[in-house]
Design a binder for this molecule. Structure first.
Ligand code: NDP
Length: 246
């Protein structure tokens, strides 16, 4: 049996794909032949990133605003004809100890990370169900499995994505729409650049593979879940963390 990942003819919408993990996912899916909708808050930036990817197009959308997410899904379906693969990747942090988290910072994180995934999934899954083919991949975090001091809002949003993933998998499986989550550990991006060298060193010491993850470590898992190689996988959380949460 020959194995390769061929996504020719598939359309992928990757939220938050102007940089970091989302950009790596967009590049990986494009390299497998998918046409990718690159998105970020700034439409011009998304278009500039898309210009470097074959078959890609850029779209502006603030995922924290449900009406913008609904509009994005409609615009991408109009531009490409369908959405076959939805990657809910856009995410933010507003870290603080639980006692100090302001309501605004709680809501901002839940809206950008969790509600956005729900709204995008609800909108994009209609076409997937009709076509009897769809892949929804939610980028959660090991923090959603383990919790983390100073990240109660972020951890709650990421744990919520796991419940969303498992429920959607059960509701849409009969239509061949698969829904899985990927829980990265610490991946080297702008989000983790903010850590001090000391904090990074302490963290690396607790990772069995003794390094931060690379964007490509997560992108590879997304490509696999998007492909026919994962046609019998749904409702799962694939942990990509170098063994951190083991
Ligand atoms: P970055 O901060 O590097 O990139 C975030 C991306 O999301 C950017 O493309 C940004 O686009 C976009 N984005 C942020 N807010 C919004 C918004 N309101 N509307 C639309 N787009 C938005 O993050 P990472 O690449 O590190 O993280 C990507 C995902 O992976 C997140 O969900 C994060 O929680 C998760 N993750 C990351 C880990 C890590 O160690 N880095 C570990 C575990 C999970 P723009 O600024 O152009 O709008």
């Amino acid at each position: 049996m020959a194995i390769s990942i061929d996504l020719t003819g598939k359309v992928a919408l990757v939220t938050g794909s102007t940089r970091g993990i989302g950009l790596g996912i967009a590049q990986a899916l494009a390299s497998c032949g998918a046409r990718v909708a690159v998105t970020g808050r700034d439409a011009a930036k998304a278009a500039a990133v898309a210009a470097d990817l074959p078959g890609a197009q850029g779209f502006g959308c603030d995922v924290a605003v449900p009406a913008e997410v609904e509009r994005l899904v409609g615009d991408v379906e109009k531009a490409f004809g369908s959405i076959d693969i939805l990657v809910n990747n856009a995410g933010i942090t507003r870290d603080n100890l639980m006692l100090r988290i302001k309501d605004d910072d709680w809501n901002a994180v839940i809206d950008a990370n969790l509600r956005s995934a729900f709204v995008a999934t609800r909108a994009a899954s209609r076409g997937m169900m009709k076509r009897r083919w769809g892949r929804i991949i939610n980028i959660t975090s090991v923090v959603g499995l383990m919790g983390n001091k100073g990240q109660a809002n972020y951890a709650a949003s990421k744990a919520g994505m796991i419940g969303l993933t498992k429920s959607v998998a059960k509701e849409l499986g009969s239509r061949n729409v698969l829904c899985n989550a990927i829980a990265p550990g610490f991946i080297a991006t702008e989000m983790t650049d903010a850590m001090t060298p000391e904090a990074k060193a302490a963290l690396t010491g607790s990772i069995p593979l003794e390094r931060l993850g690379a964007v490509s470590d997560v992108a590879g898992a997304v490509a696999w879940l998007s492909s026919d190689l994962a046609a019998y996988v749904t409702g799962q959380v694939i942990v990509v963390d170098g063994g951190l949460a083991t």
